[in-house]
Design a protein around this ligand. Structure first.
Ligand SMILES: Cc1ncc(COP(=O)(O)O)c(C=O)c1O
Length: 470
């Protein structure tokens, strides 16, 4: 007999992921039937027209096919005699010398090329480059042995939660609203969710009062709270936490003996000129805190790279004892290693072309064009939605989304609203309930990734729809 649904565990059946839920399935049906759909449901930049950076693709192409540099698949030079010209002199002209150098460095680090497994944590030369990136970004030491390359941040979220959830009594604090991967993974691993609300009236900041309340409520229910997850910049909120807020969260974690998982995948996506990204690692080190375990995540999927399909990123851990690091390494080794092309792209993310190098100017031009388009669309979208009667939208300080609040007619839910919006206009957004929201409020999430013309169309379609929705 084939496997039945009832054979599956409740944790699998209870796991939800709204970003690709029923509304998106309906959008695909409508599209198949010939309707034009504007997909605003997922932060997948290259699916919505963002172009990959030339430098990243050049390095990747060279790593995948070292023959382009006259090297064999392991990146070893094929020179029959010392009198032969160097391989890059023969073959390298189509590629800038700094891209060739980066590809050779990556290949040397892998020893056997991209077609072989690497060590479980990832290629050491790439982990060293990540450590240098962290040191340059934050002015703090970073240990390559505390860095784990991953198939995107999603896998690091899984790994960290797998380590932290040891039984059904273990609770993980997660923001409401949150990126639903957190809720889903805690459910899947049989842990308890300990939601804490973000304060919409204060630009979705965290408040110590709300954190303490969430913690105490959980303790009263017999939950052993193990960790707090923080998304900075936030998805779906678009909030960028300031230094003071981060310091407050670290104090909170320290006072309750919690680990911190900090999801920093949108660290490049900060749009307000007077805001900046601070990593938890930096603030923790400034405060001299060394007795809180920190799991920091980064990814190649967001920022101006938008390389979601290449599945790359890393987790850096701090304040984690060696014997636990060994267990993390063991879990990572179950899948042998993260994919090598993703590791190569991660190397490019943390090692952009240096000033004065041949690829530098193009890289900066491409980066700045992407960032300024994101910034402009964030401003137009938030302003446009906020101007619609019945919709309030917090300005988008960072990340890739607006999360506006909608007033609904009595008896309607946010799911009804998003489905009706899709059917009427072809605009595909995700209901706020998929991310969590304060009871009695309704929201939806929409990305800033479509083109400016499409964003303007989206705003006017939503405005017309909103005026008639009953
Ligand atoms: C906050 C957050 N974390 C993690 C991820 C997953 O990213 P990755 O593609 O690196 O797995 C996303 C994707 O949208 C995200 O928004």
């Amino acid at each position: 007999m084939p496997i039945r649904l009832t054979d599956l565990s409740l944790t699998v059946l209870d796991t939800q992921y709204a970003v690709r839920g029923p509304i998106v399935a309906r959008a695909a049906e409508l599209e198949k039937a010939g309707r034009k759909i504007l997909y605003c449901n997922i932060g997948n930049p290259q699916a919505l027209g963002q172009k990959p950076l030339s430098y990243v693709r050049q390095v990747l192409a060279l790593c995948e096919y070292p023959e382009l540099m006259g090297l064999d698949h392991k990146g070893i030079a094929e020179r029959s005699s010392a009198a032969d010209p160097l391989p890059e002199q023969r073959f390298g002209s189509a590629f800038p010398p700094d891209a060739i150098e980066a590809a050779r460095h990556i290949l040397e680090g892998t020893k056997y090329g991209l077609g072989a497994y690497s060590e479980s944590k990832g290629v050491l030369a790439i982990r060293k480059a990540i450590a240098r990136f962290i040191t340059e970004r934050d002015g703090i030491e970073s240990d390559p042995n505390s860095i784990f390359l991953s198939d995107g941040a999603s896998k690091s979220v899984e790994l960290a939660l797998r380590i932290l959830i040891s039984g059904p009594q273990d609770g993980i604090m997660l923001p409401i609203p949150q990126y639903p991967l957190y809720d889903a993974t805690i459910t899947l691993f049989g842990g308890r969710k300990v939601p804490y609300y973000l304060d919409e009236e204060r630009g979705w900041r965290l408040s110590r009062e709300l954190l303490d309340k969430a913690f105490m409520d959980a303790v009263r229910k017999g939950v052993k709270v193990k960790a707090i997850c923080v998304l900075n910049p936030g998805n779906p909120t678009g909030a960028v936490l300031d230094h003071e807020n981060i310091a407050m969260i670290i104090d909170f974690a320290r006072s309750h003996d919690l680990s911190i998982i900090t999801d920093e995948v949108y660290q490049e996506d900060v749009y307000f000129t007077d805001f900046r990204f601070y990593s938890f690692a930096k603030v923790m080190s400034e405060k001299g805190v060394d007795n809180v375990s920190l799991f920091s995540l980064h990814s190649i999927s967001k920022g101006f790279l938008g390389e979601c399909g290449h599945r790359g990123g890393y987790m850096e851990i701090r304040g984690v004892p060696g014997e636990v690091v060994d267990q993390i390494t063991k879990l990572q080794s179950l899948s042998l290693c993260s994919n090598l092309p993703g590791q190569a792209v991660t190397y490019c993310m943390v090692t952009p072309p240096k000033e004065g190098s041949p690829s530098h100017d193009l890289y900066i031009r491409e980066r700045d064009a992407i960032m300024s388009a994101l910034r402009d669309r964030a401003a137009v979208l938030a302003h446009g939605l906020d101007g619609i009667h019945g919709i309030d939208c917090t300005p988008i300080a960072g990340a890739m989304y607006a999360f506006p609040r909608v007033s609904l007619p009595a008896g309607r839910t946010d799911e009804d609203y998003c489905l009706a919006l899709l059917e009427a206009t072809g605009v595909c957004v995700v209901p706020g309930s998929g991310f969590g929201q304060l009871p009695g409020t309704a929201h939806f999430r929409t990305t800033i990734l479509p083109s400016m013309d499409e964003i303007r169309d989206e705003i006017s379609l939503i405005a017309d729809f909103q005026a008639k929705y009953e």
